[in-house]
Ligand binder design. Structure first.
Ligand SMILES: NC(=O)c1ccc[n+]([C@@H]2O[C@H](COP(=O)([O-])OP(=O)(O)OC[C@H]3O[C@@H](n4cnc5c(N)ncnc54)[C@H](OP(=O)(O)O)[C@@H]3O)[C@@H](O)[C@H]2O)c1
Length: 337
C-alpha cells in the first residue's frame, strides 16, 4: 500500500490511488455505494483526545478509500466535540473533497438539558441537526439518523421530522439506529408513504452480539434497506489487544464505555479460540471479525473505530480474505454458543 508522506504537513492532498483497492457495496436498493469498511468518530475525536491524531486517522482513512465518516451530536467527550473537531479538520483537509464524502450525523440521546434535547420529537431532531451542521461547517449531511427508538413520541412525528429534514435539504437520505425489527418495519412503511429515501439501519453486530440475525436483517432485506453495523470488534475485544492482559491507554483501561476488566476476562477464552482460527486463515483476529460480518449480504458497510492510523490499515486488510469455508463457520458458531 502507498503511504501518504504528507500526513503531517499542513496541506493535504489525497492519494491518487485511494480508489484502487477499497470495495464499495450498495446500500439496500438505493443508489448509494458505501465502502465495505467505514470510520466512526464516537471515540478518539473529542476534546479529550489529540486532534492531530484524529486528523492523521481521517487522512489515512480517505487515502484507503474510506469515503464514509459517521458522527453523532453526542460524540466526544464532551458532547458535540467530535463534530467540532471534525469540522476543524474538514475545513483544513477535506473541503475540496466534499462531493467524494458521505457524512452522517444522528440525534436521539441526551444532548442538552430540558425537555427538548433528547429522544425523538420533531423539536429536538430539527434543532439538533442545525447545531450539528454548524459544528461541522457543512451545508448538509448525506445521511441523518434517529439514533434510538423513543417509546413515548409517536413514530409518525419522528419519521415526519426526518422527512422535513430531507425536504429542507439538510440531509440527502435518512436512517434509523437501534430499532427492533417490528419498529423498523413500521418506520419503513411511514417513510415510504412520506416518499423519503430510507437507506440505512445502524445496528450493533459482532461475533459477540448477533441480535440482528433474529429478524432485523430479514426486515431490512424485505424493505430494500441497507445495514451498517457498529462495534464489529466489540470495541477492541475481537482483536489481539487483550490476549495478554489490558494494555495502558486501551478502551478497557480507560473504562469510558461498557468495556472493562470483567468483560475482557469473561470473554478471554472465546477470544483465544477465535484467534486460533484467524491465525489458521492467515488473518489477524480483527480482520476475521470484520470479514465474518461482511458475509451477510444485507450489510452494506462495517463501521469501525480506530485509535491510530495503524489500526485502520490493519483492519482494512480484512478485505483481502472474505471467504469462509462451511467448516470454519461451524467452528466459529460452536465457540460463540
Ligand atoms: N448507532 C449507535 O448507537 C452506535 C453505537 C456505538 C458505535 N457507533 C458507531 O460505530 C463506530 C464504531 O464503534 P466502535 O468504536 O465501538 O467499533 P470497534 O471497531 O468495535 O472498536 C474500535 C476500537 O477497537 C480497538 N481497535 C480497532 N482496531 C484495532 C486493531 N487492529 N488492533 C487492536 N485494537 C483495535 C481500538 O480501541 P483502543 O481505543 O483501545 O485502541 C478502537 O478504538 C463508532 O465510532 C460510531 O460511529 C454507533
Amino acid at each position: 500500500m502507498q503511504i501518504n508522506d504528507k500526513s503531517k504537513a499542513t496541506a493535504y492532498t489525497a492519494l491518487s490511488t485511494r480508489y484502487d483497492t477499497m470495495t464499495y457495496k450498495r446500500s439496500g436498493k438505493s443508489g448509494v455505494l458505501l465502502p465495505a469498511i467505514s470510520l466512526g468518530l464516537w471515540h478518539n475525536f473529542g476534546f479529550i483526545d489529540s486532534i492531530q491524531n484524529g486528523r492523521d486517522i481521517l487522512r489515512c482513512a480517505f487515502d484507503l478509500g474510506i469515503t464514509h465518516f459517521d458522527l453523532a451530536n453526542n460524540y466526544g467527550p464532551p458532547y458535540g466535540s467530535a463534530e467540532e473537531n471534525f469540522g476543524t479538520i474538514f475545513k483544513k483537509d477535506f473541503k475540496p473533497y466534499r462531493d467524494e464524502l458521505f457524512i452522517a450525523s444522528k440525534a436521539g440521546y441526551d444532548m442538552w438539558p430540558g425537555p427538548y434535547g433528547n429522544w425523538g420529537s420533531k423539536k429536538y431532531l430539527i434543532a439538533s441537526l442545525d447545531q450539528s451542521l454548524k459544528r461541522m461547517g457543512l451545508d448538509y449531511v448525506d445521511v441523518f439518523y434517529h439514533h434510538r427508538p423513543d417509546p413515548d413520541t409517536p413514530l409518525e412525528e419522528t419519521m415526519g421530522a426526518l422527512a422535513d429534514i430531507v425536504r429542507q435539504g439538510k440531509a440527502l437520505y435518512v436512517g434509523i439506529s437501534n430499532y427492533q425489527p417490528e419498529a423498523t418495519q413500521k418506520a419503513a412503511i411511514l417513510l415510504k408513504e412520506l416518499n423519503v429515501p430510507f437507506i440505512l439501519h445502524q445496528a450493533r453486530y459482532s461475533m459477540l452480539d448477533r441480535w440482528v440475525e433474529n429478524g432485523l436483517l430479514e426486515t431490512l432485506n424485505t424493505n430494500g434497506v441497507g445495514c451498517i453495523t457498529f462495534s464489529p470488534l466489540a470495541q477492541g475485544l475481537l482483536t489481539d489487544k487483550y490476549l495478554n492482559g489490558i494494555p495502558k491507554g486501551s478502551r478497557a483501561a480507560k473504562s469510558l464505555s461498557y468495556l472493562n476488566k470483567d468483560t475482557v476476562n469473561s470473554n478471554l477464552e472465546k477470544i483465544q479460540k477465535l484467534n486460533t482460527i484467524a491465525q489458521e486463515r492467515g488473518q489477524k483476529l480483527s480482520q476475521m471479525a470484520i470479514a465474518w460480518i461482511l458475509r451477510q449480504k444485507q450489510v452494506a458497510s462495517v463501521l469501525i473505530g480506530a485509535s491510530s492510523p495503524n489500526q485502520l490499515q490493519e483492519n482494512v486488510k480484512a478485505l483481502d480474505n472474505l471467504e469462509f469455508t462451511t467448516e470454519e463457520l461451524q467452528r466459529i458458531d460452536k465457540i460463540l454458543k
